[in-house]
Design a binder for this molecule. Sequence first.
Ligand code: SAH
Length: 240
Amino acid sequence: MKDCRHDLPYPLAFCAILTLFATTLLVADDPATLRRERMVADQIESRGVRNPDVLRVMRATPRHLFVPTDVQSMAYEDHPLPIGYGATISQPYIVALMTELLAPAKTHRVLEIGTGSGYQAAILGQLAAEVYTVEIVPELARSAAKTLRELGYANITVRQGDGYRGWPEKAPFDGIMVTAAPPELPEALIAQLAKGGRLVAPVGSAWNQELVLVEKRADGTIRRRSAGAVSFVPMRPAGK
Ligand code: SAH
């Protein structure tokens, strides 16, 4: 009789089928996983975002759980989505691009202005040590804090307030990301940037801005460069 124990191709084929089956089960268990894979490949990598950590967290973060239920089916599409109160969650590519420009690291303390849904904060929270995020609309601040807590993003603190002031008690920040557009770079935010730190902000008129990257050198001087045209919700002036 033939002894099959040393007949390697059969067990190998069996293993391969088993792995395929398990993977299929995993993906079927979370159809959003597949949609995120496609989002990253078709919208983000294809446009030149290469940082592997940024790509990894964009694949891992359940964007659909940050948006209102009526737009959840569109959560992985290539555009921003309304989240109420005149705010929008940014297009996935813009979230990835701004994160890559900010270059957060595991030791960094990061400030975000314009919490909105909390999605960008969740992305930053997975790449930095701690994230502080300020939202002017009380309802959005409350719901983003709830979403982040429920999903277990424990190193992110949300505060309702005016982003033009930054968060002086927690300054200096290694990174500052502004996700609503001011007409000019706010001085208070540049002041709260650490030496060697980076700030990314859309700067310009309503809905028509340039994405600006500011680097504060070790001697405290500023280098500013443009990273293309963007269209963000205008940043509300203090007191309005
Ligand atoms: N980063 C968000 C999207 C932000 S949309 C996300 O991932 O979902 C811009 C947000 O900035 C809106 O929620 C808006 O209410 C908020 N905002 C506008 N002006 C502000 C200000 N002066 N201070 C703080 N937040 C502000």
